[in-house]
Design a binder for this molecule. Structure first.
Ligand SMILES: *[C@@H]1O[C@H](CO)[C@@H](O)[C@H](O)[C@H]1NC(C)=O
Ligand SMILES: *[C@@H]1O[C@H](CO)[C@@H](O)[C@H](O)[C@H]1NC(C)=O
Ligand SMILES: *[C@@H]1O[C@H](CO)[C@@H](O)[C@H](O)[C@H]1NC(C)=O
Ligand SMILES: *[C@@H]1O[C@H](CO)[C@@H](O)[C@H](O)[C@H]1NC(C)=O
Ligand SMILES: *[C@@H]1O[C@H](CO)[C@@H](O)[C@H](O)[C@H]1NC(C)=O
Ligand SMILES: *[C@@H]1O[C@H](CO)[C@@H](O)[C@H](O)[C@H]1NC(C)=O
Ligand SMILES: *[C@@H]1O[C@H](CO)[C@@H](O)[C@H](O)[C@H]1NC(C)=O
Ligand SMILES: *[C@@H]1O[C@H](CO)[C@@H](O)[C@H](O)[C@H]1NC(C)=O
Ligand SMILES: *[C@@H]1O[C@H](CO)[C@@H](O)[C@H](O)[C@H]1NC(C)=O
Ligand SMILES: *[C@@H]1O[C@H](CO)[C@@H](O)[C@H](O)[C@H]1NC(C)=O
Ligand SMILES: *[C@@H]1O[C@H](CO)[C@@H](O)[C@H](O)[C@H]1NC(C)=O
Length: 408
């Protein structure tokens, strides 16, 4: 397969000139383009700058198994309206990031062999057409960043699902069907972020390999699911309430947990500092209270800790000194009452320490502490250490990227 791919990259400039790059009126005769492509099982034209309208013929190549046209936003595709001549063989379609404005064409229902379908960021709208539910062999489906709508429970028809991304659309309904339907036993990743989902988060998933879930930016309610295999759990900007139960520490494989911007209250579970794989812990913008008695154990992997915008009291926990890889510690907008924790300057990687809006006292002024530069802004009640490198973007922005990182 990779050999075929290579040949195609070599042929690309020629092909491009011949078939696609020219303006719409100068397209080469379809049969010529097809003649070139006919012998291929796989066709890749991703990340190029081709533009215009893609001839429908590409979808009719018989024996075509895999087609990758992704990331060509200037390219408009016209899909076959009825039968595709590649329907018997076509298993993988990568069409994300091109222009397929309009509804998902019903003709996709004629591709019974399809295992992977990625059509994210294609400006698609409307509901999923009925014939699509016939694609029962689908394992990987990415419809993210479109304007699609409809009940989320319909997706349960895809019983072999491994990876499902519907992020940034308008799907609605509840997820309770997941709790009583045992079909998604192969599920590894589920991204339903930024939709209009309501109701409780299901507590049971019937997949042993389920490791990435994002439900952030919906209107879902608690409790937090306890699924042993989870490595990445993003639930921020929902309506989770109540306390964070210490059973959360049963998720021993967790690498990222984001519970920010919910209505969580009560204290922070002591055991959270003992989770040996955890790298990112975000509890910001809730109503958590009490002292932070969590003991961060020696050898922990934490890189980011965000507990800002809560009602936390007491001192900055001394065990934070065990977080050797810590880059960002945000405890701002709480009620912490402590002297300035200069000792945190000993953490070699710490880039941002934000203690803004607390009751932190004692002198700091402008000074160097280890690798950090500290400054004080009395007016804003800011006592803050900032690194010279302010460039710090959270990994959360692209869950897919992070999922790949986890799988690597
Ligand atoms: C996308 O396609 C639609 C209709 O086919 C067209 O109106 C629009 O101009 C295209 N957009 C781009 C960026 O090519
Ligand atoms: C599809 O295949 C049929 C015969 O198998 C052929 O007549 C037709 O021209 C093909 N269509 C395209 C668009 O290649
Ligand atoms: C989809 O399946 C239904 C039966 O479940 C069948 O009637 C219909 O023809 C199929 N559609 C396609 C496009 O294969
Ligand atoms: C997206 O689709 C809408 C119509 O649904 C259209 O007005 C708009 O131009 C499209 N955007 C692009 C970038 O093609
Ligand atoms: C589970 O999903 C399958 C596929 O959609 C469906 O046929 C079945 O009725 C569902 N079972 C329950 C209990 O909802
Ligand atoms: C959030 O949940 C509470 C109950 O815990 C409910 O009263 C409230 O209406 C919910 N808010 C939204 C925006 O769904
Ligand atoms: C958490 O793990 C303990 C043992 O480590 C087990 O007894 C308990 O049932 C688990 N709780 C949940 C909710 O899975
Ligand atoms: C904090 O959470 C509230 C809802 O609980 C939300 O409206 C607000 O946008 C959040 N703030 C930030 C900075 O995310
Ligand atoms: C933290 O520890 C102090 C002293 O041991 C105790 O008084 C307090 O109740 C504890 N707070 C929490 C939230 O566990
Ligand atoms: C520190 O936190 C405050 C509020 O919590 C925020 O406004 C400010 O931008 C943060 N500063 C840095 C450098 O992140
Ligand atoms: C901070 O704690 C000290 C005792 O450790 C207490 O005297 C002081 O009043 C507290 N400050 C605030 C602003 O609560």
């Amino acid at each position: 397969m990779s050999y075929v791919k290579l040949v195609f990259f070599m042929l690309l400039p020629f092909l491009c000139q011949l078939a696609f790059c020219s303006s719409i009126s100068h397209l080469c005769p379809k049969d010529q383009a097809l003649a070139l492509l006919q012998f291929k099982h796989m066709f890749t034209l991703s990340h190029t700058q081709i533009y215009g309208i893609l001839p429908e013929g590409v979808f009719h190549l018989s024996n075509l198994e895999s087609l990758d046209l992704s990331d060509n936003p200037q390219l408009t595709v016209r899909f076959p309206t009825t039968k595709w001549n590649s329907s018997a063989s076509l298993m993988e379609l990568y069409l994300s990031g091109l222009n397929a404005t309009g509804r998902i064409p019903e003709s996709f229902g004629h591709l019974p062999s399809l295992r992977t379908l990625r059509i994210a960021s294609c400006n698609l709208s409307g509901s999923i057409p009925k014939p699509l539910w016939n694609l029962t062999n689908i394992e990987v489906l990415d419809l993210g960043d479109n304007h699609l709508e409809g009940p989320i429970s319909d997706f349960f028809r895809f019983g072999k699902m491994r990876s499902l991304s519907l992020a940034n659309n308008n799907f609605n309904g509840q997820l309770e069907f997941l709790s009583f339907n045992k079909s998604w036993t192969q599920l590894e990743m589920l991204d339903f972020s930024s939709n209009s989902l309501t109701g409780p988060i299901p507590s049971n998933f019937y997949s042993k390999s389920f490791d990435v879930v994002s439900l952030k930016q919906n209107q879902m309610e608690g409790p937090i699911p306890i699924q042993q295999s989870l490595r990445l759990l993003l639930l921020s900007h929902n309506n989770l309430s109540g306390e964070i139960a210490s059973t959360i520490c049963n998720l021993t494989k967790l690498v990222v947990i984001d519970l920010g911007s919910n209505n969580l209250e009560g204290t922070i579970p002591l055991c959270l500092g003992e989770m040996s794989e955890l790298m990112i812990l975000d509890l910001s913008n809730n109503s958590l209270s009490g002292t932070i008695n969590t003991t961060f154990s020696i050898g922990n992997q934490l890189i980011i800790i965000q507990m800002d915008r809560n009602k936390l009291e007491g001192k900055v926990p001394e065990s934070l000194i065990n977080c050797k890889y810590l880059k960002l510690l945000h405890l701002g907008n709480n009620e912490l009452n402590d002297t300035f924790p200069k000792w945190l300057g000993a953490l070699p990687d710490l880039q941002i320490l934000n203690l803004t809006y607390n009751k932190v006292h004692g002198p700091i002024k402008a000074s160097r502490t280890g690798n950090l530069f500290a400054y004080e802004n009395e007016k804003a009640q800011e006592k803050i250490l900032v690194c010279y490198l302010q460039v710090f973007k959270l990994i959360f922005h692209n869950i897919n990227e992070f999922a790949y990182f986890l799988h690597a």
